[in-house]
Design a protein around this ligand. Structure first.
Ligand SMILES: O=C(CO)[C@@H](O)[C@H](O)COP(=O)(O)O
Length: 213
């Protein structure tokens, strides 16, 4: 299992220091929001480039943007481990995933709570990871939506049938309680913002790991 703290809940005036506080995590989750795909605006290409240079752990970049087919390849930097784009926003998710893989990063596709898995099941081998959003994307601190969890089983079954390795990530409202539900439903990669930065990050990361050990 992997824990990816979301720096959306960090101090944006001190991001290098905030990355240092989560150095025991597996990757740092970086939420890129464009004010169009979601009603919030965060950061973009030049800041992600610098974060990748200074981060002690790899970056997991989550693009909540329109036209990811155009913009996602611009986020490929050394230190960026994976790039996640939204299936709802992409013109061609399979083609974009291939472009990202060819560029040397893991390709991941995200599903909003109301988006079903149907379109992905037959092409699951084209992705390294699927992100099942457990809140409406846009803001930290929302409540976990357990009704999204059955998607994880369908995705896992499709990956097994295709004989491919697939990471299943959940994001939104993940804490030491809800992580147990998400893990039982099949998730292996957990994004947590307020649950990590709401206390001592190293202790909170250890508590999340301990909850499902
Ligand atoms: O992508 C998002 C929100 O759209 C997340 O990554 C949040 O940052 C998660 O925050 P918490 O729900 O864990 O506080």
């Amino acid at each position: 299992m992997r824990v990816h703290p979301s720096i959306l809940s960090a101090d944006f005036a001190n991001l290098e220091r905030e990355l240092g506080r989560i150095s025991t995590a597996d990757a740092a989750h970086v939420d890129v929001m464009d004010g169009h795909f979601v009603p919030n605006l965060t950061l973009g290409i030049p800041i992600v480039r610098r974060l990748a240079e200074v981060s002690p752990i790899p970056l997991d970049v989550h693009l909540m943007i329109e036209d990811p087919d155009r913009w996602a390849p611009e986020y490929v930097f050394e230190g960026v481990e994976s790039i996640t784009f939204h299936h709802e926003a992409a013109r061609d998710s399979v083609a974009l995933a291939k472009t990202l893989r060819d560029a040397g990063v893991q390709a991941a596709v995200a599903l909003k709570p109301a988006t079903d898995t149907d379109a992905l099941l037959d092409v699951i081998a084209e992705f390294d990871m699927v992100l099942v959003m457990t809140v409406e994307p846009g803001f930290g601190g929302q409540s976990f939506m357990p009704e999204t969890l059955p998607k994880l089983g369908r995705l896992r079954a499709a990956a097994e049938a295709a004989g491919t390795q697939l990471r299943l990530q959940v994001d939104g409202g993940v804490d030491a309680t809800t992580i147990v539900e998400a893990h039982a439903a099949g998730a292996d990669t957990f994004v947590a913002g307020s649950a990590v930065y709401g206390g001592d990050p190293a202790e909170r990361i250890a508590a999340l790991r301990g909850a499902i050990a």
